[in-house]
Design a protein around this ligand. Structure first.
Ligand SMILES: Cc1ncc(COP(=O)(O)O)c(C=O)c1O
Length: 401
């Protein structure tokens, strides 16, 4: 059957109600389209949700992470321990400041940065000499600066092991940045996402738990960092600067009022949005339990709440993922490889000389991960359709082609 490439089930879909439409319309009917009341309301909602004193709305998660890098004073050739199993933005923000990402491999169950490897890398870098050299990329690290920070990423809606990361950060006097772009609503040992680093960042692309179209939010309890990031977001205009006076080299990372209005209403609906996503994930887990040839997402004991961002299965070793994806696409089911190992992207290889085999767990997860269509708006029937198609595609009938 020819589906004309129109998927039977969308890969993701935002969950917007009449309340969001009315809120956006109310902004459009005024002249306050930027830095008006909604950005404040949206930021207040995050302070309330996280219990932190500062929330700074920005126009993407990437912008938020970049401001964290600047607030942590991470500069040319400084070292930051981070994960190669992430969306590229978490490493790119280091490259923007010409810092050097020191990758360590991830936990095979969760895909989150492995705290034992972080501790070992920090110890080696602190020791200096040969041990330190071996931690650095082959290229682009001839004159390394000091180790400044750990940048952890909460993969697929599950938080990293922050108690252990915090121990290492304290031991070596490092800043801890939490990339919580995929984990709004998650908890780790009952503590909410975004609150376990020195600063945390959320993102609101349309496939995220809440959306503003494009957008992000930084949360922190660090007063100085918050003041700096607020200034940098707004072209470097510090408190006391007058119009066209700029204390710092800043950016236009402001979030507009239409987006902030959308986000403010989405935050009011957060619990029901999360519950709907949890329901979809539970259907998948129920319907795919025991299916041969795949592994289902795994949660760590410390994860007191996963905030389902995507539903990523792992294919058995040796499965031809591209052929499987093509068979599913033919049946109108979109799927995506997720994530692809950061250190093996062409620009990373060129700049730092990484090679296949450098981070085997990451490479294995990258080779076998497959994101299924996912949103809180999916019906049981849609999840069933995906699961049936997946089961059939895993055991292709040779007469089908
Ligand atoms: C882990 C992670 N970090 C950073 C980002 C960047 O967020 P944005 O797309 O809003 O810039 C994303 C977005 O998908 C992400 O998943």
């Amino acid at each position: 059957m020819d589906y004309n490439n129109a998927p039977l089930v969308p890969m993701s879909s935002p969950d917007l109600s009449e309340a969001e439409r009315q809120a956006v319309l109310s902004v459009v009917n005024t002249s306050a389209l930027s830095m008006g009341p909604y950005i404040t309301a949206f930021e207040d909602a995050f302070c309330k949700y996280t219990g932190l004193p500062h929330a700074i709305g920005v126009n993407s998660g990437t912008a938020g992470l970049h401001l964290c890098v600047l607030a942590c004073d991470i500069q040319d050739h400084d070292l930051v321990i981070t994960t190669p199993f992430s969306f590229v933005a978490s490493s790119n923000v280091l490259l923007y400041e010409r810092a050097i990402p020191v990758f360590v491999d991830v936990d095979a169950h969760t895909g989150n940065i492995n705290p034992a490897f972080v501790e070992a890398a920090a110890a080696d870098l602190a020791a200096g000499g040969r041990a330190a050299r071996q931690r650095l990329p082959r290229r682009g690290s001839a004159q390394p600066g000091p180790l400044k920070a750990i940048l952890a990423v909460d993969v697929f809606g599950q938080m990293a092991d922050y108690d252990r990361l915090r121990q290492t950060a304290n031991r070596y006097n490092l800043r801890l940045i939490q990339d919580s772009c995929e984990s709004l609503g998650a908890t780790y040992k009952e503590r909410p996402s975004g609150t376990l680093g020195d600063m945390g960042v959320f993102a609101f692309y349309p496939n995220k738990q809440i959306t503003t179209g494009e957008g992000g939010m930084i949360v922190t309890s660090d007063n100085n960092a918050a003041t700096k990031m607020r200034a940098l977001r707004n072209q470097g205009r510090a408190p006391g600067d007058t119009w066209l006076e700029h204390s710092y080299l800043g950016f236009n990372y402001r979030l507009d009022e239409m987006s902030a209005a959308l986000g403010t209403v989405q935050m009011q609906r957060l619990e029901s949005l999360l519950a709907a996503r949890q329901r979809t994930a539970a259907w998948y887990s129920e319907l795919l339990e025991g299916v041969t040839g795949i592994e289902l997402p795994q949660l760590a004991p410390e994860t007191t709440r996963a905030s389902w961002f995507v539903y990523v299965i792992r294919l058995a070793q040796g499965t031809d993922r591209a052929a499987l994806s093509a068979r599913l696409a033919q049946k109108g089911i979109p799927v995506r490889p997720y994530f692809s190992a950061i250190h093996l992207h062409p620009y990373m290889v060129e700049r730092f000389g990484y090679r296949p085999g450098d981070f085997p767990v990451t490479e294995d997860l990258s080779a076998r991960g497959l994101a299924l269509p996912f949103s809180g708006k999916m019906t049981y029937e849609q999840v069933e359709t995906v699961c049936q198609a997946l089961r059939a595609a895993l055991q292709p009938d040779p007469h089908d082609d």
